[in-house]
Each structure stands twice: as structure tokens, then as C-alpha cells.
Ligand binder design. Structure first.
Ligand SMILES: [Zn+2]
Length: 358
């Protein structure tokens, strides 16, 4: 039987097999499996999704590691680190909070970090969190559910902050969400920018790979119209809020601009470059998905380095994270973002290292 695209319902005949390493999103650990990482993509509307037999998300998300994990993703901006949760809350306040007594739902709330931030705003009356696993939510003001269907509040703001990509059955979840919202409910949606960061396809726990267009197409099917918001700090992800007007779409005119044809080329080019440096002794900058991906190729690397002092001396993938200031200058290292010139120049200027930019 043909695989059907979840958005346009046409048969999907195209797939790419992504080579190893396969990683999990939680701590970017290497996922061991003999199965292939196969990604299907629809040539009609260019939505991409995984061969769901690869992962078992219900096991992954019920693991102790997941339950006890707390997320503190940070961005470096204007000479300091800012927590992602704070940035997300600021965007939500600016664009979506315009009245009082709001019921806010964070779908995939994890440890409740974003809801904690939102509760600092007086307009937020009820902070409702949903996650598939029982989490240790320390803020008692957060109303937490592991069963979506038990939510009995009328929701004013729905947040999908990097959570929708893990779901398999997107339509049934959105159909339910539509029963607990009203005409003025607003949405905040954040997804990774897969087109510009093809390494993200190695994350085995992510199931749906949206583009700028396919995310709009998907929500349009549920009568939710999105427009993109540009953040000056969050550059690796795409952010959308709901809009009253539907400027782009109608049933026969879905948006179609995804560049999947270039995907395997991009990944192959990167792997070739990594292979070239595979026997050098070096450090890898950061402790993100890129660092983990690189470490798979660099068999002789010494360890990771970071500027964020809260990470120093902690292990990452069984290697130490060193303070960037204490590393001798005759070592080369590569850094995390393939096109982050700002970071490259800063590191060069501050520490004078030889940098390999991948
Ligand atoms: Zn399609």
C-alpha cells in the first residue's frame, strides 16, 4: 500500500535514507539501532516524515532519563546567555497577550519552564501543561495533564514550542485541540529550521519535518492560519503565530517550496568534510546536536569546549566539557553552527584559536 502524505493525502513515493549517526533529542546521545533512518517526502506538498518503525517514542518519552531531564537551552546574545524559555515568553507576551485572565496551554510542556516564565505575567490566569509523561513539575500553580482529553479549560493561547514534531498522529491531536479553543484563541508555534539544518534529520525521535510552507499547510487544514515572526535571537528555529487572516491559502493552492531535493547533497557534503578531519586531535565546540554529530566522525577528539561556565567539567557523551579559556592554543577545533560567522569571529578574536569551520 502506498504511504499517504498527511497533509495533501497524495501517495508519497520519495524517500531518503539518512546515514548514521542517529541521535536522540534529549541529550543528543547516539541511538543504537540496526534499522535504517528513512525519511519520506511528498513531492506534491513537500511535507516530510519518518518511517515510524525506527523509533519507539512512547518508550523514549517514558524513560527515567526523559522524566528527570530539565531543559535549559540558552542563546548567546549581547554578551550574555539568555534562556530560550525567557525569549519564548517575551515573544508570546508581545504578540499574543492582549487581555486578562488568560488560560494558556503549553503542549509538550516538559518540565514547565516556559509556563513558569508566563506565570510571571499578571494576564495569565491558568497555566496548563500537557506532556506524555508524568513530570516533576515544581511550580504548583501549573495545572499538569498527561491525558490531553482530560483538559477542561477553555484555552486562550495554545503553545507548540518544538513539540508537534514528535507526534505521529498530528490530525487527531489538532482535532481535539479544536474542541477546547474558541474563536479568538491564539497560537504560538516553534519548529526547527530543517531546510537550513539538515543534521536535524538524524534525530530519530522527531517524526514530522515541516518547512515554512508545510507547517502553514498543516494548520490551515485545521482552520488555523499562521504567519511567521522573526526573532533577533532565536535564529535556528522558525516561529509562527496565528493570524486572523488567511492570505496565502485555499484548498487547491497549498504552498510548495520545500527544498528536499538538496537535502541528501547537503548531508553528503558535510560528511565528506568531517571525514577529512577525522583523525586530527581536536576539540569540538559546544554540547549540542552538532557537537554530538561531529563526535561520531572524530574518533581522536579530546573533548568538548564551551564558553557557558555552567557546563564546564560536566560530561557530555562520556567526554569532558572544558572551559574554552583553558585550552592551549595549538589545538584546532571545529564549532557547532555551519554558518555562524559571528561565533567564529568572536572565538578567533577572543581566544586566538585556529578554527575549522564546518
Ligand atoms: Zn503532501
Amino acid at each position: 500500500m502506498d504511504m499517504l502524505c498527511i497533509i495533501c493525502r497524495k501517495a508519497v513515493g520519495n524517500s531518503i535514507t539518512i546515514k548514521k549517526p542517529y541521535l536522540t533529542h534529549l541529550d543528543f546521545d547516539h541511538y543504537k539501532t540496526t534499522k535504517k533512518n528513512k525519511i519520506f517526502y511528498c513531492k506534491n506538498c513537500n511535507h516530510a516524515f519518518r518511517d515510524f518503525t525506527l523509533n519507539n517514542n512512547s518508550l523514549l518519552f517514558k524513560s527515567e532519563k526523559y522524566i528527570n531531564h530539565s531543559e535549559d537551552h540558552k542563546y548567546f546574545y549581547k554578551k550574555k546567555f539568555i534562556k530560550q524559555k525567557k525569549l519564548q515568553a517575551q515573544i508570546i507576551k508581545k504578540h499574543l497577550i492582549d487581555k486578562k485572565d488568560l488560560n494558556v496551554l503549553d503542549y509538550g510542556c516538559f518540565d514547565g519552564g516556559l509556563l513558569n516564565e508566563l506565570l510571571k505575567y499578571k494576564s495569565v490566569k491558568n497555566a496548563i501543561g500537557y506532556d506524555v509523561s508524568n513530570r516533576n513539575i515544581t511550580n504548583k500553580k501549573i495545572i499538569f495533564y498527561t491525558n490531553l482529553k482530560k483538559i477542561n479549560h477553555r484555552i486562550d493561547i495554545v503553545i507548540f514550542a518544538n513539540s508537534i514534531i514528535y507526534e505521529k498522529n498530528l490530525h487527531s491531536k489538532l482535532r481535539f485541540i479544536n474542541t477546547i479553543i474558541h474563536n479568538d484563541t491564539k497560537f504560538f508555534i516553534q519548529i526547527p529550521d530543517y531546510v537550513n539544518r539538515p543534521i536535524l534529520f538524524s534525530l530519530v525521535d522527531q517524526n514530522h519535518f515541516f518547512s515554512r510552507d508545510s507547517i502553514k499547510n498543516f494548520f490551515f487544514l485545521h482552520k488555523i492560519y499562521l504567519r511567521e515572526i522573526k526573532s533577533t535571537v532565536i535564529k535556528n528555529d522558525l516561529i509562527f503565530i496565528s493570524s486572523k487572516k488567511n492570505n496565502h491559502l485555499n484548498k487547491n493552492n497549498i504552498l510548495k517550496k520545500f527544498e528536499f531535493n538538496k537535502l541528501d547533497k547537503k548531508i553528503n557534503k558535510l560528511n565528506k568534510l568531517l571525514n577529512k578531519f577525522k583523525n586530527t586531535r581536536n576539540f569540538i565546540f559546544g554540547s549540542t546536536i552538532y557537537a554530538s554529530y561531529f563526535s561520531y566522525y572524530f574518533r581522536n577528539f579530546i573533548g568538548f569546549i564551551d564558553e557557558d561556565l555552567s557546563k564546564i567539567d560536566k560530561p557530555f557523551l562520556n567526554k569532558k566539557i572544558y572551559n574554552i579559556k583553558e585550552i592551549k592554543k595549538n589545538n584546532s577545533f571545529c564549532f557547532v553552527f555551519d554558518d555562524n560567522k559571528k561565533l567564529k569571529n568572536r572565538l578567533k578574536k577572543l581566544y586566538g584559536y585556529k578554527i575549522i569551520c564546518i
